[in-house]
Design a binder for this molecule. Sequence first.
Ligand code: SF4
Length: 239
Amino acid sequence: MRLSLADISALKPELNEYGATELFQWIHARFGSWSIASSMGAEDIALISLAATAIGPENVKVFTLDTGRLHPQTLQTVENVRNHFGVAVKVFFPLSESVEALVNEKGMYSFRNSIEDRKECCGIRKLEPLKRALGPLDAWVTGLRRDQNVTRTSIDKIEFDMMNGGLAKLNPIADWSANDVWDYIRDNDLPYNPLHDRGFPSIGCEPCTRPVKSGEDERAGRWWWEQPDSKECGLHGKE
Ligand code: SF4
């Protein structure tokens, strides 16, 4: 059953104190229908491992969005996650007629024209499939961390996701640093996207992601031609 805004506001102080394992146990007990949303980045790998350890892989559901513009290494990571963790991974694709209309009207790289055109592409390739993925769920779980970007500094471990129809959004590693994520991955010898070893701390679509330079923000390589405060695709609330 879905929680109300008031329910979630009341739960925030307690759940913000929970560690990731405790929070996954709470999620599993509280929600009938929930899933981890994964772009197969390092945070998501840690998240899937934490969930599988906390409640058993047979109880973990993962979904991912194949935008049609992902790196091949990311697609391989989807398979590696299935095989390594033994969890179900559901893949959502954009509507083919919408992609065809966009590309035939504006070309293959319309997202470079303007922020509006970039958001149009993200809308077709990410947001519409996300809405289909979230529609039947009571809650979704993300690997967002507070120190990833200026747009994420105030996230709570449970939030009310009004933008996606009023369901709970849980962020079990909101208080982890990037070092915490990598220590966990290495300590547990987990499979991860090899692009992380080539200078990509944050991995999105191939034409919209580049490696970052030393000292740059973790998400500086995403839509690098835009200002930092516009750098969300809408999946996590910033439009
Ligand atoms: S990240 Fe780039 S290619 Fe991917 S959906 Fe957004 S604009 Fe389109």
